[in-house]
Ligand binder design. Sequence first.
Ligand code: HEM
Length: 513
Amino acid sequence: MSHLISGTFVLEEWQAFNYCPLMLNLLALAILYALFQTAYNLLYHPLHRFPGPKCFAATPLPYVFASYSGCLATRLHKLHERYGPVVRTAPNELSFIDPSAWPTIYGRKNRSQQPFRKNYDSFNETRSQIRRSLYLANEEDHARARKLLNLAFSPEALRAQEPLLQGHVHELLNGIESETDVGPVDLEKWFTYFAFDVVGETSFGEPFNCVKEPSHRAWPRMLSRARKIITGISGLKLLVPSSIFCWMPVSQNSPLQRTVLQSVVNRLNFDLQKVEKRIVSKPDRGDVLSALIRVNEEKKALDNTEIMANAALFILAGTETVATLLCAVIYLLTQNSVALDRLTREMREVFQDESQLTLHNLSKMTYLTACIDEALRLVPPVPEGLPRVTPPEGESICGCWVAVQISTLAASWSTSNFVRPLSYEPERWLENKSSCYASDNMQASQPFSTGPRNCLGQSLALSEVRLVIANLIRKFDIECTMQKSWIEQPTYLLWEKKPLLVKLTPLQSFSTQ
Ligand code: HEM
């Protein structure tokens, strides 16, 4: 009865009465549309004959949910084990694990043909500092910039950086050694600081000093949190077109998320000011940025915003990935005592003196390379896949807009590509390997991707990893103290790395000077 007494309430009720049918009609329309779309996806969509679970074919929700909850990479692996080498993972998305798909999806057939393009709609980067970087560049800009950046990352440019890298490895070993008598050391945190310092040193002209200065260590954690938020937003963007998404409440991040993203933007701007100063003063420090500025002086291929955008990209692309690989090699070696013993013996017998641990000498150590390749196969640092869109004029499936990708982790973990795929066996990468590995399809493991948009920093990454692993193994006896598998962890585009607790016993006969 109270609503009869209150005039306002009566008015509200009247309005609600009038709005109600409209709202109900809209809701009914939305449900009808969703039902129609689901039926179409299942029965008439050009991809409806491809194998895969019905729920993934019906709506993008399961895919987005898997991405949001950090289990996309392992989910894709399970789907491939069940449904085979090609799986429909969303209404208009196909995932492959057959290595013959790498050149088709990521390469180009001939010089005149463009590779499949990235799905730019799923990026939320239009205002960010990496907007003008290689990563988001269209084909034309990418080709122009990549040509120049390849020179800055060439083997000669890398050789010039060796003293800088060696310096950081020594700082890392000293930092780790300072903790060895306290108990198990968390190598994940040290590797992350190291990877940040190297990118800072080579691309910004000064290290971020994360290894030496505890007060400088917030940056890596901040970036990792921002990545998680951005992955979540990109996942949601798959559900609705960008034009509608930007009006939805979910596109406005929560205050906490906004603070995290804003801190990352502020920090990047702070670092990019240093790059801007160096573009003006042009000191030659023998690092990536010096090489880039020098070749650009001659070729005039990039403007200053592009140089800065790429420097920002190097932080995003070259830090967590390297830290993941370092953790993976150490963790997997501790799980395979035969491999650890063999590598330890080789490192200690071949290298009598620490000064012999140069990039040139280490590049010849085939067992070390095999240990790293096998870790890249089992824990690819970019594990989920790199979606591409089929071009309208060809390669499309039944004339339809289709996103395709090789699921990196699923391809490496597949029983159709490797013998005992979940077991760490560096021997499979050796030239004169046992015949039991004869059916291994080594091309299926492409952790740095292939084609014109493959990893620019591959040689730098491998150099960092070779130096760190060789030095650690030579200097310490290593034993993992963790009860649970380090590999069981979520992925949000990259791995969400858990602490890697390891007991390190320094060998008395070796020192870091
Ligand atoms: C183990 C370490 C690394 C792995 C596994 C890795 C993997 C990858 C992969 C898979 C891509 C292709 C991404 C895509 O197509 O969407 C990529 C691109 C890229 N990576 Fe790496 N990366 C590593 C380290 C580094 C380092 C150290 C740097 C530089 C400091 C770097 C710089 C880049 C850049 C600039 C691109 C974009 C290339 C382009 O679009 O042309 N990466 N990386």
